[in-house]
Each structure stands twice: as structure tokens, then as C-alpha cells.
Design a protein around this ligand. Sequence first.
Ligand code: UDP
Ligand code: MG
Length: 326
Amino acid sequence: MTAIRLSVVVPCYNEEEGLKELHQRVTAVCRETMGFDYELVLINDGSKDSTWQQMCELSTLDPNIVAINLSRNHGHQLALSAGLQMCRGERVFVLDADLQDPPELLPKMMEKMDQGCEVVFGQRIKREGETAFKKASAHFFYRLLDRLVDIDIPTDTGDFRLMSRRAVELLNSMPEHHRFIRGMVSWIGLRQEALPYERAARFAGETKYPLSKMIKFAIDAITGFSVRPLRMASYFGIGFGVATLGLLLYVLIHYFTGNSVDGWTSLAVIMLALGSIQLFVAGVMGEYMGRLYMEAKGRPLFIIQEVYTSPATASSSQHVETAANE
Ligand code: UDP
Ligand code: MG
């Protein structure tokens, strides 16, 4: 495999409206910075619209494009993992397809990397065109994560970053299925620096992260990097132990002063509270156990249906049934 200087990796799910614009802007900045020594790796994550057809059309015209079709929708983090596994660049630039993260920051990131960084990540100082709920939940989530995990995951970063081949290889060597890539990159360590930027609104279409996916993503992040929630059972146990002692004291005082305890309401409340806490703790344990089970199966992370490159380049549409951790 011949190495090239830069790979731009973009996972795409139903992004037909913005793909051409993405291609234009990425191509402009890459040509300016790298000449022709780059590849644009587009991953189609089982889109239901014409994203894949458009990718093939674009790559017929542009030999710098490598279009990868996954067998079905695998989710953002796995689609990105597929791209990271397949790309060949000495440096790898990760972008979202919706142009919320400006590709024009590439030269600045390259500059930082020239000074010896292994990872340069974009850090959002402002988010345009997103709902107040999305901004608030992201704000809360990154702070909660910071309190729960032991490694230092920078707040307000997405997957917008430039990575060295070394960092990408390290990332590719991690076999876990429930991937929270920005956390995994922090886990690697090495020299990493932030580049503050203002996040734009989506160029077209709407977010592919509805609330349900956001919650799943948040749970993956927390369970992937912290076992602290498992300890919650002990904390609840201690808390309720202390409360029980207080209650016992109350009951005894009433007993000796001859007052009957009017107990039904308080008993019912205590039982409900205990029941729900027990269920919650069992649920938390279940989350970890479920993940253990899924990981134990050792299935490949993603299945690639086909890879399409311009007929002008050596290998055109190859049908490969590649699995990830081979
Ligand atoms: N994406 C994907 N698979 C999915 C969901 C999203 O490949 O199942 C891609 C999507 O096309 C985009 C990126 O992941 O390039 C980020 O998604 P989005 O912009 O919808 O997320 P947001 O910016 O709203 O958090
Ligand atoms: Mg987006």
C-alpha cells in the first residue's frame, strides 16, 4: 500500500444534500495545502437516500476519492472507525459531512502538527444553528463525563481532528465495539493540542443524532471510560443505612413516649424509593454486563460491502467483504 500524505475521513448518513458542497470545500483546501497528495475517504453508513450514488458519481470524476459502502447503518462511531481502518494517509483529518466543522482549518492544524503534536483537535467555542436543548444537553454531558471518568477528556470537542498515523494505528488497535472515539483518542495520551473554533450550522439536512442516539452515545461514553456508576449501589446502601438509623431513633422515641406511629404513608414511600433504587442499580449493572456480553462475542466492528474508486485509478469497484479487526 502506498502511503499518501493526507487522508480526509468523512462518515455520511443521508447526506445527499450537502455532499457536493463538502466535496468542493474539502477539495479546495486540500489542493491548496497538499497538491494532489491526499485522499478523500467517504463512508456511506447505510444511507437511505442517494448518498451512495452521489459518492460513486463524484469518485468517477475525482480520482482522489475513495468511496466505501458499509453493508448497513452501523452508527457514526463505527462508520468513522471503518474510515480510519481503510485510510492510508500519514496524517488523518476527520470531518462531519454536514460542514459544521470548517475544513478550511486544515492548514492551521497541519501547522500545529508540524510542531510535534500527534493530535490536534477542534474545540468548539460557539455552536451555531443548534437547538437550545442540544447545546444545554451537550454542555451538561461533557461536565458530567468530566466528573465521572479518570482520564482527561477535553470538554466541547467532537470528532473534528487531525491525527498522526501513529495515533490512528493506536486507535485502530483498540477492539472495543461500544466506541466513544473522542474519549479513546484522549486515552492514548501523547502530545495533543486544541484548536478553538466556532462551530457553524449544518449546511443542509437535519441532525442524524436524535435524542435516542444521543442517550446511547452518552451511556457508551460513561460506561466505556468509568466503572464509577457500579459503585453507586454501595453509596446508596450507605445513604439508606444512615437514614434507617435516623428512622429507628424516631420510632423508638415514639414507642417510649407512648405515641403510636402513624406509619402507612411513610412505609409506602420508603418501599417505593428502595424498590426504584434497586431497579436502577440493577439496570446500571445490566448495562455493564450487556457490554461484556457483546464484547465477548468478538464480532467484527463493521462490514464493508464495497469500495469504489475512480476507474482512472488502478483498482476500481472492488467487492470486498472485509471485516474490521483482521
Ligand atoms: N452519521 C453517520 N451515521 C449515523 C449518524 C450520523 O455516519 O448513524 C454521520 C453524519 O452523516 C455526520 C456525522 O455522523 O457526518 C455527525 O452527525 P450529525 O451532524 O447528524 O450530528 P450532530 O452534529 O448533530 O451532533
Ligand atoms: Mg452535525
